[in-house]
Structures are given as C-alpha cells and as structure tokens.
Design a protein around this ligand. Sequence first.
Ligand code: PEP
Ligand code: MN
Length: 263
Amino acid sequence: VASKETKPEPTIIKVLDLVLGGGNVGVIAGPCSVESEQQILESAHKVKAAGAKGLRGGAFKPRTSPYAFQGMKEEGLKLLAAAREATGLAIVTEVMTPHHVELVAKYADILQIGARNMQNYHLLQAVGEIRKPVLLKRGPSATMEEFLLAAEYILDQGNQEVILCERGIRTFETHTRFTLPLATVPYLRERTHLPIVVDPSHGTGIASLVAPMCAASVAAGADGLIVEVHPDPQKAVSDGAQSLTPDAFVFAMEQSRKVAHAL
Ligand code: PEP
Ligand code: MN
C-alpha cells in the first residue's frame, strides 16, 4: 500500500498549518520532553517565530533507564494542547502502548511511534485504527524493508496518513549517538508515496551537528524535519546535548532555507 506502484502521486498530510509531502518542507520542533507549562509554552512561541508549523514534545517517554524521568503523562498532553491553543502549532507526541492510543489521540494532532516501538505490531495496528496521522520512526537496527513493512501494519488498518521518519541507525561508529543515513530520503522517495521526514537531533546526538544535517536533509529532498529545541538545553531533563537553543534553531532554519533556494 505504501508503494509508488500502488499510488504514484505523493501523499500530502495537512494538519493546521503543517504540510508534509508534495514538495513542501514542514518543520516540527520543540523539546524532547514536556517539562512544565512555562517550558512548553516558551518553546512553542520560539519555534513558531522561527518558522516551525508543528510542536513536538514527549509526555510518555521511552527512557533507556527505568530510573530516568518517564514523562508528565496526561498532564503533559494537556500542556501540549494548551500550547496548540496559544500558537496554532500542530502537536506531535509519542504513544508507547495500545492502551494509551485513545488518550494521546484526544490531545495530539499527529501520533509518534518511537524508534524502539517500530516493530511493536499491536501498537502499529492500534494507531492504524484511528484517523489521525502517524509519524513512524525507523528502528535503530531496522532495514528499509522492515521499516516499510512496519508502515504497512498501519496502512493495512485503514489509516492512510503515515509519515516515515529517519532518525539514525546503530553502526560501529560511536562518534555520534547514531549514524544518520541521508540516502534513506532519495531511496524512499523512489519506493513510496508517503512523506519522508528526518530527525537530525536523535540522528547525531550533538547539537552543533544538527543545523548542517537539517540543511543536508532538505538538500536530499526531505518533506520535513523534526528538531529538538529547548529554551535552556543545559537544564533539559532529556536529550539536552542534542537540543538546540531557540537562537540555534533560527540559524538551522536559515541554513535549511538557503539550501532549499540554492543554485
Ligand atoms: C524522541 O523523539 O524524543 C525519541 C525518543 O525519539 P526516538 O524514538 O527516535 O529515539
Ligand atoms: Mn529525544
């Protein structure tokens, strides 16, 4: 169903002012985790001013350690909805279990399936049953075939609004947190009509590398970017090292726009 042979024209996903697919570059930005009302509202206003049309922020967080901050849960979802009311940004947030799909869908505009859950087939089927777009992240060790088949699990339930997100894979290289393979973008472009988004924040793990990789993703033909931005990255409860300050995000947007209009 994801194949271009089935549907040659690009799938265009529109939520509020966020448009993904069909030649547009839609930008989603915000903190890794929702931490407080002040933090998410400030993030929302700043990323909007820089040109983002979507706001990201995790309320249910898949942390490597069970002792790490696990997210603000429903309270975080309410703060995201309040940030949408204040700014008009489309809300993108992760859902980790089929039991929470209804709850997360009540507040979010786009449901994120995290990299760790790319092959959680019951979760994929559960988000396939709702009628809101799903941003599906590539598993850190998933092949393109596995990635596309994970998307099929959602499509097969009747939900046609799937966004594919390259967020980096695990390789022998330890210099960066993950290795970000940008050939994913033109490769998937040849195979599927679904929108393709890149996450240079998780893909590199290093804030200084994010702006160039945003620009490179745009150059490769990405339909969108999802970028971690925090009002004060040093105080972030998760992923501070890869989070941009609002000013650094403005710079990343400028660099990406230059590429979009290059030559
Ligand atoms: C995130 O978006 O904060 C996140 C946990 O991403 P991933 O699932 O790609 O690690
Ligand atoms: Mn994160």
